[in-house]
Design a binder for this molecule. Structure first.
Ligand code: CMP
Length: 135
């Protein structure tokens, strides 16, 4: 057993379409426990800082703008193997490539408006959790 923490964001497209409950249901079904959560709207500065690892990517501006376009729900999830388990649950970045039953396959609109974010490593989970929470 390796109990880990990971960061989840329910993104503006999913919040606007009233999908918070459905997504949290999927999370809890996998025995991932939300131990912190808050709703907020990112400023452009905060969004750029959060996604700074992508700043050289062609989609960076689009991503930053989209993530400031409405409220998001940010959560810390805890559980056994939480980082990889939650990445597996959300599915590929591109919903067309995401596996059946994954959150993005079910709900994402496209590669940018893809409903959820998950930390991609333990190291990034730590950085991302510290970005939003004092834990
Ligand atoms: P996320 O898991 O939040 O991490 C980085 C985000 O960048 C990703 O989800 C997508 O929303 C976005 N992204 C990644 N690749 C692309 C792409 N090729 N085109 C547009 N947006 C992308």
């Amino acid at each position: 057993m390796a109990i880990e923490k990971t960061l989840s964001i329910i993104k503006p497209d999913a919040v606007k379409r009233n999908l918070i409950g459905n997504i949290i249901n999927k999370i809890e079904e996998q025995d991932l426990v939300p131990i912190e959560m808050k709703m907020l709207q990112l400023s452009e500065k905060e969004s750029s800082k959060f996604y700074e690892i992508h700043k050289e990517k062609p989609f960076f501006t689009q991503l930053v703008d989209y993530m400031t376009s409405g409220k998001i729900l940010v959560m810390v999830l805890e559980g056994d193997n939480a980082v990889n388990k939650y990445r597996d649950l959300i599915g590929s970045t591109d919903p067309n490539k995401a596996k059946e039953g994954s959150i993005r396959k079910l709900y994402a609109l496209n590669t940018t408006q893809n409903s959820v974010h998950a930390s991609d490593s333990l190291e990034n989970a730590k950085r991302e959790i510290e970005f939003f929470f004092n834990i």
